[in-house]
Design a protein around this ligand. Sequence first.
Ligand code: CAA
Length: 409
Amino acid sequence: MRTIISDAAIHWGKVAKEVADRVVRPLAQKYDRLQEYPWEIQKEVGAAGLFGVWIPKAYGGHGAGIVALCRVIEELSRACGGVGVLFAVNALGSFPVIIAGTEEQKQRFLPSIAAGKKLIAFCLSEKFAGSDAGGMRTRATKEANGEWVLRGEKKWTTNGGAADIYTVFAVSDPESKSRRISAFMVEKGMPGFSIGKVEDKMGIRAVPVVETHFDGVRCGDDRLLGGRPGMGFSHSMQTLDWARPGVAAQAVGLAQGALDYALLYATKRQQFGAPISSFQMIQEMLADMSAKVDAARWLVYAAASAVDEGDPNVTKLAAECKYFATEVAMDVTTKAVQIFGGYGYMRDYPIEKYMRDAKITQIYEGANQIQKMVIARNLIKEALQLDHLMKYIPQETQCDYAAEATAGA
Ligand code: CAA
């Protein structure tokens, strides 16, 4: 964690803030009502060069890294959570290519994403496989002519329909325990690929979330991610390690955006002959919100920095920031509605949307219960490095079951 926030991250954060204030904020309510993809916003985000932020320079991007990506997501989400995820999901979809793609696949798919000309989506979850991602049923069967045939359905495909490219995970070897799953690069228009149910959502309404159907989609080995079958699950998990700081950044942006409005409103709204910001109970809420937003923000930067530096501790940090920042977002956006009182509950005020948009961040890219499981699993591994402290703990509670079993045998 040497860098935390680079000059490039500061620069791209400023660019994103300018786009967010000029284009996103004025249109946020409109697309929340319409629940339509905001192409006019996507064009401006693309024109500002933001889709290239996380993509390496060799493939047409700016190579600015994951901290810079998080700064952009944060600023866009501060204006509209739906636009934050509309942008971030392109990083989620393209990370498998950056992490594991062949050189040919990187050259083929990444430059058009970096230029904002093509959008990408990530197809992992299914109806019967949400938290248990490895329990997926979509099948990839290799035929005698060497082609893979994809059959199955994916659920919660964010960006589905708008996206041109889909990173699709499927079971390629059902007999294998640890090499069951492979990823394939599918494109819009390929025979057998279609969009199913379009979801009607509580929040993040600017971005489509759909079912995707694969009814005999034929892929050559050139579309098999990395050119080797069986690596898909591990690549999906590594992708989530890279992407979870982005969800956490979305949560920080939402929390900050709600705090901005709540703070401003509290200084203007008068009750009992004084601005409500002069009352200690409102001050307590504002102080609590501000401290939590700052704590979440710096945990996000630390986790994103760990990705940029290839820190082996990244899985735990990514899960920690996703868990912590999204809980903060729900807490802070709910308090912001409370500060607005009855007006905060009304749809002609901007604040209730923040609360609706925040809720999903606790759920997608791994429900927070899964994040806590990941954190605990990694913590328990770290306990091995603490053995030297045992000499300070009285041994009376230590029972050696293995030794007892041997003695009893
Ligand atoms: N990096 C690399 N490899 C990893 C890994 C990581 N972080 N975590 C696990 N693996 C590997 C393991 O080493 C293991 O490999 P071997 O078989 O070779 O030993 C393999 O993956 C299986 O690991 P586990 O035994 O830990 O797997 P599990 O079945 O117990 O589940 C889990 C792990 C953490 C629960 C995982 O299933 C998970 O993260 N679930 C949540 C899924 C999720 O986040 N879904 C959201 C999808 S995206 C979305 O929300 C939609 C959208 O568009 C926004």
